[in-house]
Each structure stands twice: as structure tokens, then as C-alpha cells.
Design a binder for this molecule. Structure first.
Ligand code: AMP
Ligand code: MG
Length: 327
């Protein structure tokens, strides 16, 4: 298969970031800071963003990158020790970089929406990364509001065969979706599960209970008479799980206390194309497609519904009923 320059660069960049993240996690001596919104960030989040931004800035200097992190914390003089740790990690892959370069590379990710742009989540599921569970490195290319390419690396997720650890999910518009084994480099096409027998189907959800309304989800499971309990996983690896048929449904239903909170584009753009190219469907809870042309948040969408396509409409209708007081 002939790969575009974009696909090649994106896969190489996330692969390099994977090495940095695993190197940091294995060292176990990494520092974790708290951001203004109280969510955690580690030296691996910053290092991963620097590595991927360097690759994108070099190959596509005119493309803005809209990434999760910025270097304001690291620029504080009292955190110079943390900046030095990030620089040390990045230097394992880019030996010439200085602390100042690291700040500039991280801030390369503070771009604005344009007709063509990249989204980057340098570590999605940071809580999972810290806990020793699943995490992902997620990159997407968006053109005219349409996701054209999505890459999600899950460094500690087993391959579909279960033989190896570490996968990269790739979706390219019009060219299908695949899973690459990080250790062997082998690529296999992936497909959603096409079944609709709800006794065989399985839902996947976040480990963090605040990220989706579990009472609505539990009612849905009862209405659909699903026999399998949901699988839990941190990160956008959940999109990969649906794309490769391991799960059939993944929901993000905002809890009442977070009803004004909107989803970030970098948490969903890569997964949308991977699932769609594997034969699945992604929409919000009203059935509308996710709108990636409005800024760094999905301001016109409420919630997320990712499915194997077959059950999509039925789930949409049941959620409306549950939210309107169905018992
Ligand atoms: P997950 O790994 O699926 O639990 O999702 C991790 C992502 O959840 C992070 O990237 C955050 O941006 C996002 N997040 C944080 N708080 C919330 C919330 N209250 N509702 C929905 N998503 C959230
Ligand atoms: Mg994230």
C-alpha cells in the first residue's frame, strides 16, 4: 500500500513519542503536576508533545497543530527542574534540543483552527498512564472540517491476536483502518463486529466514572438485555476496541454537573476516522456528526456515541427515551 507523506510522518512521530512515554513510565521516577483544571500532567505529556510537534513542524511547517498541552507551567522559574527532566527525555530521541527548544516545540501545539490542521493529544488517559493502565498518543489531520487521517498509539494494549503488546490504530479516509503491531511492525486490516444479537454485544466505557453518565448506561444495558458487563479502559484506545470488533458501543453521556462542559477535538478526531473506516459510526447523542470546524471544542455536539453501525439508531432512540424519563 502506498502511504501518503502525512500518514508516514504521523505514524513515525507517534512511534517516537511512544518510546519516550514508555521510557518515562519505566523509569518510575517521573514527576506529575496539576494543571489549572486540576487534571494531572507528567513530563511524558510534555515530552510527547515536543517530539510530535518537532516532526510536524519540520514536515508541514504551514499546518497549525492544536494540542492539549502548553508550556506555561514549564516556563515558570520554580519548575526549571521539571523542564530539565522533560529536556533530558526529549534528548534521548533528539540529542541537540535545549530547554528553550522544548518550550518552543510544546508551544507549536497552540495553533488555531484553519482549513487544514492537526489535532494532538500527547498522552490521552494520563490518569491511566500514572496508574499503570492503558493510555494513548493520538494524532489526526483535519481538512475542511473532515477528519482525513487518524493515528492512535496504545503502547500497552495487546494486539488483536494477543501475541504482542503495543498497537497503533490507523484510519485513512477512503483507505480503511488497520492495526500495526508496535513490536513487529506488522499491519492488519480491522473491522467492527457486524452482529446485532445484543446477548453477544459488549459496551466499553472509561475507567473514570465522571466521564459519562453510568446510570443512563446501566439503564440502556437493561433495556437492551445485554448479558456481558462493560469493559473498562482509559484513553481513546476505546475507539480502537470498537474498530477492531472487541466492543460494539462506547458512549460519553455528560453528567448533569458537567452539562456545559464540551469535548475536546483532540480526544475524538483520530477515533472518528478509525471507527468509520472500520465500518462503524460516530455521532453525538442527537445523531449529529461531530463538527471539527468550530475551534478546539466540539461546541455544537452533546455527548458521543460510537458504535458498530448496526445498533446505532436503536441506541440513539433508547437514550432519548431514558433521558426523557423512560423507566
Ligand atoms: P477517558 O480516558 O476516556 O476516561 O477520557 C480521558 C479524557 O476525558 C481526558 O482527555 C479529558 O479531556 C476528558 N475528561 C476530563 N473530565 C471529563 C468529564 N467530566 N467529562 C468528560 N470527559 C472528561
Ligand atoms: Mg485526552
Amino acid at each position: 500500500m502506498i502511504q501518503s507523506q502525512e500518514t508516514k510522518i504521523a505514524i513515525a512521530a507517534v512511534t517516537a513519542a511512544t518510546q519516550l512515554c514508555q521510557q518515562v513510565r519505566q523509569s518510575q521516577a517521573y514527576q506529575s503536576l496539576s494543571k489549572a483544571d486540576t487534571s494531572p500532567v507528567t513530563i511524558a505529556d510534555f515530552g510527547s508533545q515536543a517530539i510530535i510537534c518537532q516532526a510536524l513542524a519540520e514536515a508541514f511547517p504551514h499546518d497549525p497543530v492544536i494540542a492539549e498541552e502548553d508550556a506555561s507551567l514549564l516556563s515558570q522559574p520554580k519548575l526549571s527542574g521539571v523542564l530539565n527532566q522533560v529536556t533530558h527525555q526529549v534528548q534521548q530521541l533528539l540529542p541537540q534540543v535545549t530547554p528553550e527548544d522544548v518550550i518552543n516545540l510544546i508551544n507549536w501545539g497552540n495553533g488555531q483552527i484553519a482549513p487544514r490542521y492537526w489535532t494532538l493529544d500527547p498522552i490521552d488517559g494520563t490518569k491511566g498512564f500514572i496508574r499503570g493502565d492503558q493510555y494513548a498518543i493520538a494524532l489526526a489531520l483535519v481538512e475542511q472540517g473532515i477528519v482525513k487521517l487518524g493515528v492512535i498509539a496504545c503502547p500497552v494494549l495487546p494486539t488483536i491476536s494477543g501475541e504482542h503488546t503495543g498497537v497503533i490504530f490507523v484510519g485513512v479516509r477512503g483507505e480503511g483502518a488497520r492495526e500495526i503491531s508496535l513490536s513487529e511492525g506488522k499491519s492488519r486490516p480491522i473491522r467492527v463486529n457486524s452482529g446485532n444479537n445484543t446477548r453477544q454485544l459488549r459496551r466499553i466505557e472509561s475507567v473514570e466514572s465522571s466521564h459519562s453518565d453510568r446510570s443512563v448506561q446501566d439503564t440502556l444495558d437493561q433495556v437492551l438485555n445485554w448479558s456481558k458487563s462493560p469493559k473498562q479502559m482509559d484513553s481513546q484506545g476505546k475507539y480502537g476496541a470498537v474498530a477492531r470488533g472487541e466492543a460494539d458501543l462506547y458512549l460519553r453521556i455528560p453528567l448533569a454537573e458537567f452539562s456545559t462542559k464540551k469535548e475536546n477535538i483532540w480526544d475524538h478526531a483520530p477515533g472518528v476516522i478509525i471507527v468509520e473506516e472500520a465500518g462503524g459510526k460516530v455521532s453525538d447523542l442527537e445523531g449529529k456528526p461531530l463538527n471539527f470546524s468550530l475551534g478546539s471544542k466540539l461546541i455544537e455536539n452533546r455527548g458521543i456515541l460510537v458504535s458498530n453501525t448496526v445498533i446505532h439508531q436503536q441506541v440513539l432512540e433508547i437514550i432519548v427515551q431514558i433521558e426523557n424519563g423512560y423507566q
